[in-house]
Design a protein around this ligand. Structure first.
Ligand code: NAI
Ligand code: BGC
Length: 271
């Protein structure tokens, strides 16, 4: 048992894109916090099954749910499966996301639409289903102070422009105002909406940025705290945002980036 463990007993979480990286770690951390977890995957189920097995071996409850977050029928079906299995939903972690990088003039319309569809439209479709369920179920103050919690996985690239990744940066900039507008609209219903903006976290999405010592050394120049992030760094913050300990945090982006968003190019003081 880890120090300062937060508990989410009686709550159910759905984590999208949880077959690898940040989503997988977040699903496992939520299970450790005793939430029931629906572990979403889009294609290959192996990673999602591993996450569910770990949760179950630790004494928790988990299922895997297949679904592409950019397809409304599949989103509806994965929410229906989750609610049928666990009775309701309390926490949505809108994590699924991807990159399809290209210099601007080489970026095809398909690359643009693909990234926007998954990273932004996927968050819209999943949040809509979550909010429908929160409102259908109504408050359970003995379980949680709010009606429900939505955690959007954004990125430091919601504020840091990123040449060669225009579709990705535009999607995360979109997530920022999607999250804030949703928080403004849903606050009166006591639904809490926040984002996590990770910096560089070691996952399959960015292997080329850290897999050799030379690449990692270059990456560390962008990180004042001088270490590349771990998936658990993000999972721990997701558990906090899902809990009543953060009940007055609403409409915020929490940067989990070792200081990447602090303009490290200015760190020698010679502006
Ligand atoms: P990853 O590639 O390990 O995980 C992405 C997950 O999303 C995979 O499980 C993948 O199957 C899933 N996915 C992709 N398309 C999907 C779809 N249509 N429907 C459902 N699931 C789908 O990468 P990582 O790093 O774990 O990424 C997770 C989130 O964190 C993404 O939103 C990413 O933009 C964000 N992020 C990652 C950072 C990093 O440095 N690793 C930094 C900032 C943000
Ligand atoms: C990207 C990663 C990148 C990180 C920091 C994330 O949003 O997905 O590829 O390493 O931002 O630039």
């Amino acid at each position: 048992m880890k120090k300062n463990q937060i508990y989410l007993d009686g709550q159910t979480a759905l984590v999208t894109g949880a077959s690898s990286g940040i989503g997988k770690a977040t699903a496992i951390e939520l299970g450790q916090a005793r939430a029931n977890v629906a572990v979403n995957y889009a294609g290959n189920s192996v990673g999602a099954e591993e996450a569910a097995d770990i949760i179950i071996k630790n004494g928790g409850k988990a299922i895997t749910v297949k679904g592409d977050v950019s397809k409304q029928d599949q989103v509806k079906s994965m929410f229906a499966t989750t609610i049928k299995e666990f009775g309701t939903l309390d926490i949505l972690v809108n994590n699924a996301g991807l990159q399809k990088d290209a210099p601007f003039l080489e970026m095809t319309l398909e690359d643009w639409n693909f990234v926007l569809d998954v990273n932004l439209t996927g968050q819209f479709l999943c949040a809509q289903e979550a909010v429908r369920e929160f409102k259908r179920r109504g408050p359970r103050p003995e379980i949680s102070a709010s009606l429900g919690k939505i955690i959007c996985m954004s990125s430091v690239h919601e504020i840091i422009p990123w040449a060669g990744h225009i579709n990705y940066a535009a999607s995360k900039g979109g997530v920022m105002l999607f999250m804030k507008s949703l928080a403004q609209e849903l606050g009166p219903s006591k639904i809490r909406v926040n984002s996590i903006a990770p910096g560089a976290i070691k996952t399959p999405i960015n292997t080329s940025a850290w897999h050799t010592p030379e690449a990692e050394e270059k990456l560390l120049k962008l990180i004042p705290y001088k270490r590349v992030g771990l998936t658990s760094d993000v999972g721990n913050v997701a558990v906090f945002l899902a809990s009543d300990l953060s009940d007055y945090i609403h409409g915020e982006t929490i940067f989990v980036d070792g200081g990447m968003s602090l303009y490290p190019g200015f760190e020698d003081g010679n502006g």
